[in-house]
Design a protein around this ligand. Structure first.
Ligand SMILES: CC(C)(COP(=O)(O)OP(=O)(O)OC[C@H]1O[C@@H](n2cnc3c(N)ncnc32)[C@H](O)[C@@H]1OP(=O)(O)O)[C@@H](O)C(=O)NCCC(=O)NCCS
Length: 302
């Protein structure tokens, strides 16, 4: 069943927008990997691993969002062939655009714009909006034009962590977190970004990521190759959590993603750990008096 009005692409072909179903998840994950791989190639950036566990992680995230936000998950087809998808997560008052991906052979033909229009229709009453943009100029172009959104340039840190130069004072207070900590940290994220990250933290923990907590001060989620989410009450607590995460990633290739100008506390830490800072896509926000800080968005889920 086509749930929306079909729209014409620029060559006059009809783009059909349908609700995503569980049977579409693997194909959407493949589009994500193909489109991101193509973008990294075009930007002459290091390729993304195509190890089975990386692709499985993508598919599990698509499935997670389809479960939490079935009405925010859409696919685009032309002539029956899947060419792209989008997923929005609603978390309290926060609308989060998590996925907008079009297969490379079908890009620049209106599918992305059509999917974005559909994504905007979901959770319209959410007062806050967040988008972690890629560095694709077409994505940035589309987000810059969204009414009410501010575009915040970002740096990402990448490289192999060398933890020996990090100042470890204060790390003894950081401990592993559990389900109770996830609940306890919800008010912090509601204050920083208008919505909980609890369902997404739980998802990442189910996938084997690790929750680290500075009791009453903040938390950080550490993935196998990334520092994936950090929220804290102040810069000192955020710095301690980031150092702890990097110490745990010592010797491993790691990404700390999408740091806006507000995350000055993080920049000296990541360069001390030997990572390289590089520009990446902007963090695009609506409805917040100030950008979230101290805060690291999830690479994949804001
Ligand atoms: C970003 C992406 C989703 C856009 O989808 P798309 O179908 O390729 O783009 P569209 O044809 O709908 O065009 C989107 C905008 O970019 C513009 N655009 C498209 N191709 C362009 C080109 N080659 N040069 C300049 N502008 C271009 C369009 O004019 C449109 O802007 P407008 O509405 O102001 O006219 C898609 O290119 C993609 O999957 N890229 C790689 C993955 C990625 O970065 N995803 C975003 C994650 S945040």
């Amino acid at each position: 069943v086509t749930s929306g009005q079909p729209s014409d692409d620029r060559e006059g072909h009809v783009i059909e927008i349908d609700r995503m179903a569980p049977g579409h998840v693997d194909a959407c994950a493949a589009i994500f990997e193909e489109a991101l791989g193509d973008l990294l190639r075009r930007l002459a950036m290091p390729p993304r691993s195509q190890a089975p566990e990386v692709v499985a992680e993508t598919a599990s995230r698509v499935r997670h969002l389809l479960a939490t936000d079935p009405d925010g998950s859409w696919i685009a087809r032309r002539g029956g062939a899947l060419l792209g998808f989008t997923q929005v997560a609603r978390r309290d008052d926060c609308w989060v655009l998590v996925h907008l991906f079009v297969r490379p052979a079908s890009q620049s033909n209106g599918a992305g714009r059509t999917l974005l229009d559909r994504a905007r229709g979901y959770a319209r009453d959410a007062t806050i909006g967040l988008i972690g943009s890629s560095a694709d100029h077409r994505a940035i172009r589309a987000y810059v034009q969204l009414p009410g959104f501010r575009t915040l340039p970002t740096l990402s840190a990448v490289g192999v962590v060398r933890a020996e130069r990090l100042d470890r004072s204060g790390l003894a207070s950081v401990r592993d977190g559990d389900a109770d900590d996830i609940v306890e940290m919800e008010p912090l994220d509601r204050r920083l970004r208008g919505g909980t990250r609890a369902p997404d933290v739980s998802h990442l923990l189910e996938r084997g990521h690790r929750l680290r907590v500075l009791p009453g001060r903040g938390y950080c989620v550490v993935g196998p190759e990334m520092v994936d989410m950090l929220s804290a009450v102040d810069d000192d607590s955020a710095r301690t959590l980031l150092v702890d995460a990097l110490v745990r990633s010592d010797g491993r290739s790691t990404i700390v993603g999408r740091m806006t100008a507000e995350q000055q506390w993080a920049l000296p830490v990541v360069v001390t750990a030997g990572l390289e800072l590089r520009p990446w896509g902007p963090f695009v926000v609506r409805g917040l008096a100030a950008p979230p800080a101290p805060y690291l968005p999830s690479l994949s889920m804001c």
